[in-house]
Design a protein around this ligand. Structure first.
Ligand code: SF4
Length: 245
């Protein structure tokens, strides 16, 4: 097995604080460790924590070329605030061209399958290219983001398309929204201004809408396709393509 080498067991890693996890990953895995952020509040906390305890840890993002202007503005603010360069992974131009040629720019309105195909081309593909450069992947998943995510482990092994196994770490998996908000406030971390407009999850423009009180945080995704229940799986594939072992 070619899993990222583990000087600590999964059980031991699970007991570490977010700061300790970031320090451990940077010290043990250097440039093979990184944070993939989509500029939602949890990702911003992790980036801020990393600048304090593990400066130099890579920060990456998937740019679907369909993000809100507010998200692109936050990307630049984060770079300026921390003096870092955030690595952008964009869709393969040839796959994108073929998809639009065959199905049109707005194929995601047609069927669930076409939405997933668009997410595959614009999100999952670039995310896989980003993951190919990593052995340790920090992500902002939290258990309270949706019913589908309530069992999210803090540390897990995930299999990659090339057969490798990497560590996926959600250091704030057990944080509540209140804890995230308190951290952002206390450390004056730049926030995505879409939250002020009622968004509780942030993805591509058009496919993401604000949510109402009582809805899952991800209920605003692809409303026209699956709005049947709070537990509906609202995932683009980035966190579901890889199988844990
Ligand atoms: S969220 Fe919408 S625009 Fe973005 S990749 Fe998925 S289907 Fe395409």
């Amino acid at each position: 097995m070619t899993t990222a080498s583990l000087s600590l067991s999964l059980e031991e890693l699970e007991t570490l604080s977010p700061e300790q996890l970031l320090q451990w990953a940077h010290a043990e895995h250097g440039d093979r460790a990184g944070i993939i952020t989509s500029f939602q509040d949890t990702g911003s906390v992790i980036v801020d924590l990393a600048q304090r305890v593990a400066p130099g840890l890579r920060v990456l993002t998937v740019d679907t070329l369909r993000l809100h202007p507010e998200t692109y503005a936050l990307l630049e603010r984060m770079e300026q605030r921390y003096g870092i360069t955030i690595e952008r992974f964009t869709p393969d131009p040839e796959r994108l061209r073929r998809m639009v040629e065959q199905h049109g720019e707005y194929l995601f309105f047609d069927t669930k399958a076409k939405q997933e195909f668009c997410c595959e081309v614009r999100k999952v593909g670039p995310n896989q290219r980003a993951l190919a450069t990593l052995d340790v992947w920090f992500t902002g998943l939290r258990r309270d983001q949706s019913a589908f995510r309530k069992a999210t482990p803090k540390v897990s092994r995930v299999k990659q398309p090339d057969g490798r196994h990497i560590l996926k770490i959600a250091p704030l998996a057990d944080w509540t929204q209140e804890e995230v908000d308190a951290y952002l406030e206390a450390h004056a971390v730049p926030k995505n201004t879409l939250y002020e407009q009622g968004y509780t999850s942030i993805g591509c423009m058009i496919c993401t809408t604000p949510t109402r009180a009582g809805e899952d945080k991800r209920a605003g995704r692809w409303r026209w396709l699956n709005q049947h229940s709070a537990g509906e799986k609202k995932e683009c594939g980035i966190h579901t393509f890889a199988s844990g072992i």
